[in-house]
Design a protein around this ligand. Structure first.
Ligand SMILES: [Zn+2]
Length: 479
């Protein structure tokens, strides 16, 4: 196959392998063929069957999102942003997931297609998609053109609320076992998919809803396959208190005790560590345990920030030697906005502008995510790496002046400046339009799906309330 050439790109964020970090380079040619970058330098000497003018362009590595739930989070638009229980240390997770759930696979397909479009339009080229398995998932993901790390979720228990202050658990261990078997079948099917862009992550859903045996067997299954393993952990005060009640240990300490922390482990959130100001548990060992075992943290600032909660703090995790990748746990599925929030919130937590930099944020959104996924061929613009590339338009008003285009992109323009996106050398976004999916049509189906979700709420809610009673509109509707 003859190559595609990006000729004379104005700015490039290239990977310096020896230094181990990204660098700016100016006026470069980038050529790729068969999904791989074959040239990064000046004056590409070969032929190309397509030439893209790199004038007014910043080329950066495709962003890597290591935590997301596309199959339901778009259904929560207008619901989730200000929903939380003050009697549960602000989290709305348990009440919301009980009352509102994707009602059917048609709803999941609409929600996922809508989210995949948002992800592509913000420059995400690799996605960890955590969801209970649903019919059509694999095919829709393959159609998106994104690089997929499908993470079919399962658990030994479900959360159950009978009021707004007491988190209870309904245990069904055989269901967890069946879930693991079905998840592994789906993951093995993804690996065989002809697109060669799909893979898997073994994903028992939460540290508090899985037995120790299920967690250990899941981690072993991941290790046997050379795949990552992920679990939600330390994501609410209620969960930390529950794990201390059960085991006399924080969730991180218990995960370490049962042997599931390690280099292949991605900890979903790990926000409420023992030293966190909302926990203040006496041990203060959690961060060191994550660091010493070589695990990664999937940091998703938005959902927590909306509850009034922040990681304490991103910069301290980095300096402790913890690998951090970023994710979009909720809508909007805009990883650049997560980068911006991660920076600002870390500085508020640290009261220190220097605690994280734009360079740290880009590293987390590219190389950090790639490391978590055990893929050193992703997240880097360099010869021999995968041709997952984002072309940012420097002529977008929010990018001007482009003195430091990474700062313009993170702090000002975000997805508005994403012009073209390539995954595995295939173009998936052209001039700000997704080529592979139909967001407008998915949006129409999403509106109807949200109504079906609301229709089911009174049967699911612990007080039989309807959606308007659980989450009132932000303003009254006047005549
Ligand atoms: Zn999550």
């Amino acid at each position: 196959m003859t190559p595609t050439l990006i000729r004379n790109a104005d700015w490039v964020i290239a990977w310096d392998e020896i230094a181990g970090h990204h660098v700016y380079r100016r006026n470069l040619d980038i050529a790729f063929a068969d999904g791989t970058i074959i040239f990064v330098g000046r004056n590409y000497p070969g032929v190309a069957d397509r030439i893209i003018d790199g004038g007014d362009r910043l080329v950066l590595p495709g962003l890597i999102n290591i935590h997301s739930h596309p199959q339901h989070e778009p259904l929560y638009r207008g619901v989730r942003e200000e929903h939380g229980l003050r009697n549960m240390h602000m989290t709305g997770l348990y009440e919301r997931s009980q009352a509102f759930s994707a009602p059917d696979d048609e709803a999941r397909a609409a929600s996922a297609e809508f989210a995949y479009c948002e992800l592509l339009l913000s420059g995400v080229t690799s996605l960890v998609d955590i969801s209970p398995a649903w019919d059509g998932w694999l095919d829709l993901f393959a159609k998106s053109g994104m690089r997929g790390f499908l993470a079919p979720g399962y658990a030994s228990a479900r959360w159950r609320l009978a009021n707004d202050f007491d988190l209870q658990y309904a245990w069904d261990e055989p269901r967890g076992r069946e879930g693991l078997g079905a998840a592994l079948a789906l993951i093995d099917g993804a690996a065989r998919h002809p697109s060669r862009r799909l893979s898997g992550v073994v994903s028992p859903m939460q540290i508090d809803t899985c037995t120790a045996d299920l967690l250990r067997d899941s981690r072993d299954a991941a290790r046997d396959r050379g795949l990552p393993f992920t679990v939600h952990i330390a994501q609410s005060v209620a969960e930390v208190r529950e794990m201390i009640r059960r085991h006399g240990k924080t969730p991180i300490q218990w995960a370490h005790e049962i042997g599931i922390l390690g280099p292949e482990t991605i900890l979903g959130h790990a926000l409420f560590l023992d030293a966190h100001s909302w926990i203040r548990w006496w041990t203060e060992t959690d961060l060191r345990l994550i660091s010493e075992t070589g695990g990664s943290v999937a940091h998703c600032p938005t959902p927590f920030a909306r509850y009034g909660q922040i990681m304490e703090n991103f910069g301290d995790y980095l300096r402790a030697g913890v690998n951090i990748g970023l994710g979009t746990d909720t809508a909007p599925h805009n990883l650049v906005e997560e980068m911006r929030k991660a920076a600002v919130l870390a500085r508020i937590a640290a009261r220190d502008i220097a605690t994280v930099t734009a360079s740290d944020l880009l590293y987390a959104a590219t190389v950090g995510g790639a490391k978590a996924l055990m893929r050193d061929d992703l997240g880097r613009v360099a010869t021999g790496k995968k041709a997952d590339l984002v072309l940012v338009d420097l002529a977008t008003p929010q990018m001007i002046p482009p003195r430091d285009p990474l700062r313009s992109f993170i702090y000002h323009a975000a997805d508005r400046a994403v012009h073209d996106v390539f995954v595995d050398g295939q173009q998936v976004v052209d001039s700000g339009k997704v080529l592979t999916l139909d967001q407008a049509a998915a949006g129409e189906r999403l509106v109807r799906a949200q109504q079906r979700m609301f229709d089911a709420a009174p049967r699911r809610d612990y007080r039989g309330r309807n959606a308007e009673e659980i989450v009132p509109l932000s303003l009254p509707i006047a005549d």
